[in-house]
Design a protein around this ligand. Structure first.
Ligand SMILES: [Zn+2]
Length: 473
């Protein structure tokens, strides 16, 4: 197996991936804040993480994958100000925060299922792990990283030696008020809340007792506490969107390393944004595109997946219906190609492909791995798939074998692809057409053929007099 190269945000370099344990990879990905639907831009991040996970598995690793569900503490502004997104969502819909969390967690899982994203081994909810978060804050307090203000317990970022190393932050140069609102009581611009006190005049639906007073955890502490709970103090891979680099992940490092004194994460990977013509797609701005909206318009989750495969995860991806249509056409062509091979092979006796000692197979696999192991080059890997299908030396059964092998990464469900059974209505029309042709009623026969076409099926008249019916895809 060729070496696997991953771009590590921490070093700003592509590095050879070597896990801590020989064949086992521990990976944590920041999950959704379940106060609203995910937009298709959020989903791109989970898609990139899915590709990464599939590539690790393809390379022979066993992956232990944890994703959190943020159901408390994520405030509207990243500056520890404003309303809790969950409480705001509950107010908007006249439901309890718990109901909101449950509802949008399910909606999120449905979305990622549509995209054929593999589920993690562990989903962990912030509200199920309050004790662990309090323990971590107590550890930071013992080590002198915290101070208390009128509204919560804060992290003094000036005490942490390498604060900002992930984002290469220029702490001195940060303009006051630009990156974060600067409250009077904060000692440094980059300080952040570990625990927030419940406001005196507002009744919160979610609050807990703590050594510092009744309240709720800050957003960043949950990821440090839960990732270390499930994966240990140092683990292999941590992922998220690029927007997490300067604040959320920077603060996670400060929290975890501040407490343990050990390196928190060895490889940090970040996915770029999906953008519309207007700019970044964000739901806080109000309008946003959800996957069910695309599905209503006639695109499948896998059409969107194919669209995302065509661009490297570290590049911005511009969304437009025109671009999505073109991806859908490409994906349809691919499906047609594969169905034709399947049709051809099903008319033959069972043919098996020997994987071992087949230089054809290994040559194409090598080309494929060169791409996927080069920091997840999915676009290049798709190119290899197309070149392979067009190759004139490979036998159909070898093409199918390689297609299924490559699809372990693409996740386009090509193995399950099959022609659907033809509905009764169409079969009746085909029979009527046969009779018309028999009676030499050519115009009538052609009319019926057009009708069949309109209903989404096409007819192929073979030389032997048989007619083949195919669903158009
Ligand atoms: Zn996180």
């Amino acid at each position: 197996m060729q070496e696997l190269f991953l771009y590590n945000t921490l070093t700003r370099k592509k590095e050879i991936f070597v896990p801590l344990e020989d064949k086992r990879v521990k990976m944590y990905c920041c999950g959704p804040t379940v106060y609203n639907y995910a937009h298709i831009g959020n989903l791109r991040t989970y898609f990139f993480e899915d590709i990464l996970k599939r590539i690790l598995i393809y390379n022979g690793y066993e992956v232990f994958h944890v994703v959190n569900i943020t159901d408390v503490g994520h405030l509207v502004s990243d500056a520890d100000e404003g309303e809790d997104k969950m409480e705001k969502g509950a107010k908007r819909e006249g439901k309890s925060v718990w109901e909101i969390a449950e509802f949008y967690t399910e909606a999120f899982k449905k979305d990622i299922s549509e995209l054929n994203i593999l589920f993690p081994d562990i989903w962990c909810k912030a509200t199920d792990n309050i004790k662990e978060q309090i323990e971590l804050i107590k550890c930071l307090e013992r080590k002198g990283y915290t101070y208390i203000t009128s509204d919560g317990v804060y992290y003094d970022t000036s005490k942490f030696k390498d604060y900002g190393k992930l984002a290469l932050l220029d702490i001195e140069g940060l303009e006051e008020g630009k990156r974060i609102a600067f409250s009077e009581e904060k000692r440094n611009k980059t300080d952040f809340a570990l625990w927030k006190f419940s406001p005196k005049n507002v009744i919160r639906q979610m609050e807990w007792d703590s050594p510092w007073g009744k309240g709720f955890p800050g957003w960043h502490i949950e990821c440090s506490a839960m990732s270390m709970k499930y994966l240990g103090e140092t683990f292999d891979i941590h992922c998220g969107g690029v927007d997490h680099i300067p604040i959320h992940h920077t603060n996670e490092i400060a929290q975890s390393e501040g407490c343990t004194g050990k390196q928190f994460v060895r490889y940090w990977l970040h996915g770029e944004f999906l953008i519309e013509e207007k700019g970044k797609m964000a739901k806080s701005a109000g309008e946003f595109l959800r996957l069910p909206v695309l599905i209503e318009k006639g695109y499948s989750g896998l059409d969107y997946r194919y669209f995302m495969l065509m661009t490297h995860y570290r590049k911005k991806l511009k969304f437009s219906y025109k671009a999505l249509d073109s991806a859908k056409r490409g994906f349809n062509n691919l499906k047609t190609e594969i169905l034709e091979i399947k049709d051809y092979l099903s008319s033959k006796d069972k043919i098996s492909v020997s994987e071992t000692n087949n230089p054809q197979i290994t040559t194409w696999q090598k080309k494929f791995i060169e791409n996927i192991n080069d920091d997840l080059n999915t676009a290049g890997a798709l190119g290899v798939l197309w070149d392979m299908l067009k190759d004139s030396i490979l036998k159909p059964e070898e093409k199918l074998f390689l297609t299924y092998d490559f699809d372990k990464i693409f996740g386009l469900k090509l193995k399950e692809l099959k022609r659907e059974s033809i509905p009764e209505e169409i079969l009746n029309l085909v029979e009527q057409r046969r009779v018309a042709k028999l009676n030499k009623q050519w115009q009538e026969a052609d009319k019926i053929r057009q009708e069949i076409l309109k209903k989404g099926y096409e007819l192929l008249d073979h030389k032997d007099g048989k007619t083949e019916i195919r669903k158009k895809i």
